[in-house]
Design a protein around this ligand. Structure first.
Ligand code: HPA
Length: 250
């Protein structure tokens, strides 16, 4: 079953038919939002809002483990996670949508693994805890999304390195320059530890990254949530269409 994690701009359930709304708890605490069971063309899937549906949960405060555990527990096998990012390299212009293929994690202090002393009853610990993560985004899921985008006539950047910062502040110009030297194409605050946690539970995971601003120092404009929301208003429709196309084949 498909799980959709909505990021900034996707806090409310997309206009799918909601068949059930479920408030759940997990051994790791409460997920960011209720789980919305949605149906399109009879295909069930589950939607969760990463930043919550009430007061915004900031990126460093999100309970990533509870979110991923809850989706897995409800039978989600494939996760599509949406996220707003700043563009660093020239191809990643405002308004484009990318399907990253690599990640660099610059976050710190987040609960980032199921393999520790607080592991839930079904989670193995010890030697098994070293998840393979050379390619963080699932190849087959990415191919499926790219096929759908092609069929729907949508342009989507089919690669890119996503650098994840701790936030909630935006980056300095020197930090972005360093990320550029590291090979990072886009910067956001939520891709990790989410992707790694999904891998630990054996779920396929891919990200729609919506480029909503040039990263710090990549334009003369300063970055504000207000300008980001304005860009998102036009980009979310594009991503919504893509989700509709995906639903019909999942
Ligand atoms: N930096 C970090 N996270 C972001 C940005 C950014 O420029 N834009 C949207 N999310």
């Amino acid at each position: 079953m498909l799980g959709i994690i909505g990021g900034t701009g996707f806090e409310s359930v997309p206009e799918f038919e909601v068949t059930q709304q479920q408030v759940v708890d997990t051994p790791y605490g409460k997920p960011s939002s209720a789980l919305y069971h949605v149906s399109l063309h009879g295909n069930p899937s589950v939607f969760l809002s990463r930043h919550g549906t009430g007061p915004r949960i900031m990126p460093h405060r999100i309970n990533y483990r509870a979110n991923i555990f809850a989706l897995h527990d409800r039978g989600v096998t494939d996760v599509i996670a949406m996220g707003a990012v700043g563009g660093i390299t020239p191809q990643f212009t405002v308004g484009s949508v990318a399907l990253p293929d690599q990640v660099i994690d610059y976050t710190w202090g987040r609960e980032h693994t199921f393999f520790d002393d607080t592991a839930g009853p079904d989670i193995p610990t010890g030697e098994l805890g070293h998840a393979e993560f050379a390619y963080p985004y699932d190849h087959h899921l990415r191919e499926k999304i790219l096929d759908c985008a092609k069929t729907a006539g949508m342009t989507i950047i089919d690669h890119g390195v996503y650098g994840v910062t701790q936030g909630p502040r935006f980056e300095t110009v020197a930090e972005i320059d360093r990320m550029d030297r590291d090979g990072v194409d886009m910067v956001g605050m939520t891709a990790m530890p989410e992707a790694a946690l999904a891998r630990e539970l054996g779920m396929s995971y891919a990200t729609f990254a919506m480029v909503v601003n040039p990263a710090a120092g990549r334009s003369n404009e300063s970055i504000s949530m207000e300008s980001i929301r304005q860009v998102l208003e036009s980009t979310t429709n594009k991503v919504y269409q893509l989700l509709l196309a995906l639903h019909s084949i999942s």
